[in-house]
Ligand binder design. Structure first.
Ligand code: AMP
Length: 181
């Protein structure tokens, strides 16, 4: 299924906007109201499946925790494996860590050292691209492995935050829904 104006409108109507969460000045895009709708959840996975079905994806890498939801459903549909990228200290086995800076302070993400194989074709997935710090750090982790190709997907992109500029191959990024302001 391909995206069209009607679907964009339906998805946007199903996303709940929460002002000043988790702190003042942030308009939080709550996707739980989209995920709870069985028709829209199915449609979203169909849209993503159609976009990536012929690219030979072998592993979907989802970012904790909202990237696990559609990421794992999509992995099943694509016949790919699923790999989690998690916040520090959560993964049980040997992991690589990448720190990145936030507006205030820093954070980090981790991936298991044996999570990806040589020649994997990877789809990095998260629910939302904001400033891009998190997904850029996740991409840096994936690049530690000799994978063949990395595609990047978000359900929502907040264009006005220019997160895309942190990526050297923006043509490999696909966002289902974008907000210009
Ligand atoms: P960033 O590193 O700024 O791109 O932010 C990435 C993470 O924070 C994503 O995993 C999002 O789930 C979450 N996030 C940031 N801003 C928002 C927002 N306005 N609404 C919902 N989630 C957000």
């Amino acid at each position: 299924m391909a995206m069209n104006e009607r679907l964009i409108h339906e998805f946007k109507s199903a996303i709940r906007n929460i002002p000043d969460f988790p702190r003042k000045g942030i308009m939080f895009k709550d996707l739980t109201t989209l995920f709870r709708n069985r028709v829209l959840l199915g449609t979203l996975i169909e849209v993503l499946y159609d976009y990536y079905r012929d690219l030979g994806i072998t592993r979907v890498v989802g970012i904790e925790s909202r990237g696990f939801i559609a990421g794992s459903a999509l992995a099943v549909k694509l016949g790919a494996g699923f790999v989690p990228i998690r916040k520090p200290g959560k993964l049980p086995a040997g992991s690589y860590r990448k720190e990145y800076s936030l507006e205030y302070g820093s954070d980090a993400v981790e991936i298991h050292k044996d999570a990806l194989d040589d020649g994997d074709i990877v789809l990095l997935h998260d629910d939302l691209l904001a400033t891009g710090g998190t997904s850029r750090a996740a991409l840096d982790l994936i690049r530690l492995f000799p994978v063949k190709k990395i595609y990047i997907n978000f359900i929502v992109e907040l264009k006005f935050l220019n997160g895309r500029q942190l990526f050297t191959s923006p043509e490999d990024i696909y966002s289902v829904i974008s907000y210009e302001a």
